[in-house]
Design a protein around this ligand. Structure first.
Ligand SMILES: Cc1ncc(COP(=O)(O)O)c(C=O)c1O
Length: 385
């Protein structure tokens, strides 16, 4: 007799990233779908990990994080944002931003609590809310610039609203929030008990000399926000799954209770290595320009194609509309992505999967965190269609 399980997430299947990467492999297609860089991690960082492993730093780390890494993060935040963070009580090291987000939501959201999030939204947000009995309230970003309509947010706020989730720079759109967005949010929740989860994993991947608008820079937001970061994005090491949370001490205290029983601690030797590595600002200060050059290189190569580029001010994703591409524009975005992979040899991600209602604006997401040769081949395909 077989066992039966009543699924807690009946509508969740294999993620689009797995699906498109598999399709790319099967069709020997260039893979600009999943968001991972194909450059090497800095040799110095690899050597540091190696050094600590060989030195025998291989057992459990302290639950909140290795103290030298927490201090190095506090110094980095001070250096980049001129903000003081208490490294002992306000920083928690996690196994990637995914664990960080899960911990924050689990520590905070109770049955019936509403959480506002913006579509298109990164895919781990909604399931984490629902697994905790929360109610995701999806608000659509405005088209075509993916901006937040704060009036709509205001209308949705009610006594059950417990949290608002923001993400800047934004995956999948490649857009960024402005100073005005953050001050509007600050003002909007001033007289409420609403908390903010701010996903800032692409904080260093921001262009055109824009400054990253972190919740940490707004004192009235900082005191009620948990900000999430990922070393994987900044140091081309997504597979290491290393991230961290910065949150006020009273919230950190609760978040750590969850972290304690989800993973207990993140990888010890990698934490020690990162502590040494981020002590040199040069190891992260080059990142914005490095990716801006990638963005411009790719954009320049595809400018003669029939695809229309959506303005990208951050992340390593370029959105393109295929509304003017005759070979594809009769198709929904999932079919278009499939055709592009199978018939033309280029894998991307359809944007409708990031909408809770599957809204389809005929947009595809291309990851440009790739070597120039790969980008050149991809652009050649796009220009041929
Ligand atoms: C917006 C956003 N948040 C969180 C994550 C998860 O980061 P990590 O790989 O560190 O878990 C990603 C990864 O793609 C992301 O794009």
């Amino acid at each position: 007799m077989g066992y039966k399980l009543s699924s807690k997430l009946p509508d969740v299947g294999t993620t689009i990233f797995t699906k498109m990467s598999k399709m790319a492999n099967e069709n020997n297609a260039i893979n600009l779908s999943q968001g991972f860089p194909d450059f090497e991690v800095a040799p110095e960082l690899v050597e540091l990990v190696n050094y600590y492993m060989k030195k025998g730093v291989n057992q459990y780390a302290p639950m909140p994080g290795v103290p030298s890494l927490c201090s190095a993060i506090a110094s980095m935040v001070d250096n980049t944002r001129n903000i003081k963070i208490n490294s002992e009580t306000e920083i928690t090291i996690t196994s990637g931003a995914t664990e960080a987000i899960y911990n924050i939501i689990t520590a905070t959201i109770k049955k019936g609590d509403e959480v506002v999030l913006f579509d298109p939204a990164y895919d781990c947000y909604d399931p984490a809310i629902r697994l905790n009995g929360g109610v995701p309230v999806h608000i659509k970003l405005r088209q075509p610039d993916f901006s937040i309509d704060w009036n709509v947010v205001k209308q949705q706020i009610n006594p059950r609203t417990r949290m608002i989730m923001i993400n800047t720079p934004h995956n999948p759109s490649g857009t960024t929030l402005s100073q005005q967005d953050l001050t509007t949010l600050e003002h909007l929740i001033k007289d409420t008990e609403i908390l903010v989860l701010s996903d800032e994993v692409y904080e260093h991947i921001i262009f055109n000399d824009l400054s990253h608008e972190s919740v940490l820079n707004y004192p009235n937001l900082k005191k009620r926000s948990a900000a999430v970061y990922s070393f994987g994005k900044t140091f081309h090491a997504t597979g290491w799954k290393m991230g961290y949370i910065i949150a006020p001490d009273w919230w950190t205290h609760e978040i750590r209770k969850v972290h304690q029983f989800v993973t207990f601690c993140a990888n010890t030797s990698v934490q020690h290595a990162l502590a040494d590595f981020i002590t040199s600002p040069k190891n992260y200060e080059y990142v914005p320009l490095f990716y801006q050059e990638k963005r411009d290189y790719f954009a320049n190569l595809v400018k003669t194609s029939k695809f229309d580029l959506i303005n990208c001010t951050g992340t390593y994703f370029q959105l393109m509309s295929y509304k003017n591409v005759d070979e594809l524009n009769h198709l929904g975005d999932q079919q278009a992505a499939e055709k592009l992979t199978k018939e033309y040899g280029l894998a991307s991600i359809p944007i409708s999967v990031f909408y809770s209602d599957g809204q389809d604006d005929k947009l595809l997401r291309f990851c440009f965190a790739k070597g120039n040769e790969t980008l050149k081949k991809a652009a050649k395909i796009l220009c041929k269609i």
